[in-house]
Design a protein around this ligand. Structure first.
Ligand code: ADP
Ligand code: MG
Length: 689
């Protein structure tokens, strides 16, 4: 039988009860045990002379039990004295069974491993790992390093280690190699069996060091295969998507032309290119799945509008989804401004709408009376029924789960079709990484900003220079400009000592009595938030104190100064988003990053902000400093969690992974399903990620 389907209970010592516990660690089959890797290794390849031990050593010793006694010192202790001719050491156990007590008997040989410490009567080890042998026997040191595995409650280290040993001894031979020889030769990594053995049983401390650093060929081999399996699985999803039908949104382009004719500017080259890519997709018989990556301010909303115009002209509805009510509000304003002159009205759907009003909104959506629907997560709710949904646009998608996106797809346009999907993100990631993470999507890049944008000057300033910053605000507002003051948290938290937005607002009002100062934060009622934002937009407020709710999308060109408190606590991509709120007009803009204390890492991160305005560069550096999981909020979005691979660490493998995926498609298609099953499917099979 395939070891992939072989339950753990075929292993000795695993009954249903233990199997249940192992399930908690995601171990279901024999193969899972082979892929359950140690997280560190102990060197037990040398038996040390007891006489040479020092406190603090991690050591393997072998000796004869000279005395074994239960003594009372506050609690019952089992104490053994062991000697090997060079010296003696005391072993101390606080918990022990009768069986243990009988085996730890004077005259037996004991091999043990543990940490040496200084006790009352010389050196001792407390609860070492040990093996007892009857009488006097010769014992050899381990030839390989000893693995230390992640464990779970009720399954001990030694238990897991024995399971792994059994799996290696009896089942490793049965594990199938799915990488063709030419691939192995080209990537210059070991065959699967050697790799699995190598990660469980490294031969030298040099191996262990490489493993710990994630640089060992055995580990790279496994990571390579896992990444390959994910790539293949994503490509399969893409192929499956192309099996679905989507509405044909072919349109002569009348609305599109009108839309452009009303704009006070012309499209950038990048916008034009991406719009053409999208227009193409919309005429395919299968659903578009396109991701548009573009820096803040690159004009993605207009790309969305162009797509919407085409879908509406073809007779379909369009849903535009954004992560916050503030953004929904703003999109609604933009779309209304662009589409009203074309005779198309926008309707808004958010979670905070009153019941009766909401029903009227649902009605015009279901009847098809309104074609352009803009909303938050509320669009997912079951009672939202579209008349003919042809296109869904998701803004700032990393905030929505992939699964949510798929759920909306089910609300398709009737006649068994799925709507086309356009996903926009302002967290750009490097190309090779995008090809892996978004292998199921087509990716467009808006790599050009509208003309006339001036880069934002970024300065990093300690909190102790707050007075200067306040002066800067005063100066900017006296010039007729507006400013944002962002405070990352709203709750007073003594331990974190973060400035709250409300306190800050009060303090700033006192310091700058001649300015009109407003406040927005996440806990405010949507209507109050909108009111404050609208006043700021109209220029009635000079200064807007805010939490990070204004992070995405908010567009007020007259705002030229952005102050961010506790900047050291925010991620780079978040800072970049916030900074993107200024530099939207023709005036010079400044972003002031204030900090309380700077760690080495925080200092580096803020320096990145100072040095570049390019979102791709910020993302690249963020990736280097934090890893892709953090950058994309992978945990929230249901992106793949890898068992062994690490996208950041193993980035260098990606080009070869992509090339190999292509080779398998053309030359070894029968290898694809087993690879996916081995690495990706097992999560799905057991419903755990
Ligand atoms: P983002 O890509 O961050 O979503 P927006 O779509 O909000 O960017 O656009 C930012 C600003 O740039 C808006 O005020 C928008 O009207 C303006 N804009 C978009 N495209 C152009 C263009 N081609 N020329 C000039 N301004 C543009
Ligand atoms: Mg936007």
């Amino acid at each position: 039988m395939d070891i992939q389907s072989q339950p753990l209970t075929v292993l000795k010592g695993v009954g249903p009860r233990v199997a249940d516990k192992l399930k908690k660690m995601n171990l279901h089959t024999v193969q899972d045990v082979l892929f359950h890797l140690p997280f560190r290794y102990q060197d037990r390849t040398r038996i040390q002379a007891i006489g040479a031990l020092q406190p603090g050593d991690q050591a393997v010793i072998v000796g004869k039990i000279e005395v074994a006694d239960v003594v009372f010192r506050r609690k019952r202790n089992l104490v053994c004295r062991v000697s090997d001719g060079t010296g003696f050491i005391t072993l101390r156990f606080f918990h022990f069974s009768v069986a243990q007590q009988t085996r730890l008997q004077r005259g037996n040989t004991l091999q043990c491993y543990g940490e040496v410490r200084k006790g009352q009567a010389g050196l001792e080890m407390v609860h070492p790992e040990y093996e007892v042998y009857e009488g006097e026997v010769e014992i050899k040191a381990e030839e390989e390093l000893t693995p230390v595995y992640p464990t779970t409650e009720g399954v001990h280290q030694i238990g897991i280690r024995k399971l792994a040993q059994q799996a290696l001894d009896h089942y490793l031979e049965k594990i199938h190699e799915w990488l063709p020889p030419e691939v192995l030769a080209e990537i210059n990594l070991p065959p699967l069996k050697d790799a699995v053995h190598g990660v469980h049983r490294p031969l030298s401390s040099r191996d262990a060091t490489l493993l710990q650093q994630g640089q060992h060929p055995s580990q790279q081999r496994l990571a390579f295969e896992e990444l390959l399996a994910h790539q293949l699985s994503m490509q399969q999803k893409r192929a499956q998507n192309q099996q679905h039908r989507a509405p044909d949104l072919t349109a002569p382009g009348r609305l599109h032309k009108k839309l452009l004719a009303h704009l006070p500017f012309s499209l950038t080259g990048a916008q034009q290119r991406v719009i053409e890519e999208v227009q193409q997709d919309l005429t395919h018989a299968f659903p578009m799945q396109r991701l548009v990556q573009g820096d803040v301010g690159s004009g993605k909303t207009l790309i969305a509008a162009a797509a919407a115009a085409q879908a509406i002209e073809a007779g379909y509805q369009v849903a535009v989804m954004a992560p916050t009510e503030l953004l929904v509000e703003q999109h609604a304003q933009n779309f209304q401004r662009w589409f009203k002159p074309l005779g198309i009205d926008v309707v808004l759907l958010t979670g905070s709408q009153a019941k009766k009003f909401r029903q009227s909104v649902l009605d015009v959506i279901a009847s098809g009376e309104r074609k352009l629907i803009i909303g938050t997560h509320a669009l997912f709710q079951e009672d939202v029924v579209f008349h003919k949904l042809g296109l869904m646009i998701v803004d700032e998608q990393h905030r929505f789960g992939v699964n949510q996106r798929l759920a909306l797809r089910e609300k398709g346009g009737g006649d068994n079709t799925y709507p086309h999907q356009l996903v926009m993100t302002a967290t750009p990631i490097p190309r090779t990484l995008a090809q892996t993470i978004y292998a199921d999507l087509n990716v467009s890049v808006v790599d050009e900003l509208p003309p006339g944008r001036k880069p934002v000057t970024t300065v990093v300033i300690g909190d102790n220079r707050r007075a200067e910053v306040v002066q800067r605000v005063e100066h900017a507002c006296q010039q007729g400009r507006q400013a944002y003051w962002v405070c990352p948290l709203i709750e007073e938290s003594e331990t974190l000592q973060l400035q709250t937005a409300t306190d800050t607002e009060a303090a700033l009002k006192e310091a700058l009595p001649q300015l009109n100062i407003g406040l927005v934060h996440g806990r405010m009622k949507a209507a109050d938030k909108e009111k404050a934002m609208a006043r700021f937009k109209r220029g009635e407020l000079d200064l807007l104190v805010a939490t990070t709710v204004i992070e995405v999308g908010v567009d007020v060109p007259n705002a030229t100064l952005m102050i961010i408190e506790n900047a050291e606590r925010l991620g780079l991509s978040q800072l970049h988003q916030l900074r993107g709120r200024v530099g939207r007009g023709h005036e010079d803009s400044v972003c002031v990053l204030m900090y309380q204390t700077l760690s080495e890492l925080a200092r580096k991160r803020l320096a990145v902000m100072r040095e570049t305005n390019d979102g791709f560069e910020v993302a690249r550096q963020d990736l280097e400093l934090r890893g892709p999981g953090e950058l994309l909020g992978i945990r929230q979005t249901g992106m793949p969690q890898f068992h062994i691979a690490d996208l950041m660490r193993d980035q260098a493998l990606l080009p070869a992974v992509q090339k190999t995926a292509g080779l398998l498609q053309t030359k070894y298609p029968e290898h694809i399903a087993p690879l996916i099953r081995r690495w990706v499917q097992r999560e799905q099979d057991y419903g755990s990620v």
